[in-house]
Design a binder for this molecule. Structure first.
Ligand code: AMP
Ligand code: ZN
Length: 113
């Protein structure tokens, strides 16, 4: 989608601090980190949110979750980490391209709601 921020990051039109990339997914540092380590993992295909995951496109989501432990290990998140995806207005989703936040590097608060 031409007006999607994360599609522009995938195309290289907007720069990002990449930590992992393959043919299906991209991981890069969040521009406004909420924890010492804050990485976003996105599919290279435009899926608007968790609500847009279907039986037809969910393989890339499995691929993301297979990559997350390796990304976390490469970041040294030996103490654990949190994976979050905000879906829709009530969750505070601001970028409407499916993404999974990896947060870690300190004990995290349990304030989720
Ligand atoms: P969400 O609020 O769940 O939709 O998350 C969107 C995330 O994208 C926020 O944590 C933002 O800080 C992050 N973000 C916005 N623009 C950029 C950018 N250009 N590069 C990296 N992260 C970004
Ligand atoms: Zn997009």
């Amino acid at each position: 989608m031409s007006d999607c921020l994360f599609c522009k990051i995938i195309s290289g039109a907007i720069p990002s601090s990449k930590v992992y990339e393959d043919d299906q997914i991209l991981a890069f540092r969040d521009i406004a980190p909420q924890a010492p380590t804050h990485i976003l993992v996105i599919p290279k295909t435009h899926i608007p949110s968790v609500d847009g995951i279907t039986a037809e496109n969910s393989a890339v989501v499995a691929h993301i979750f297979a990559a997350i432990p390796a990304i976390a290990a490469a970041e040294g998140l030996t103490g654990g980490y949190r994976v979050v995806s905000n879906c829709g207005a009530d969750a505070g989703q601001t970028v409407h391209h499916l993404h999974f936040h990896i947060l870690g590097g300190k004990p995290l608060s349990l304030e989720m709601a």
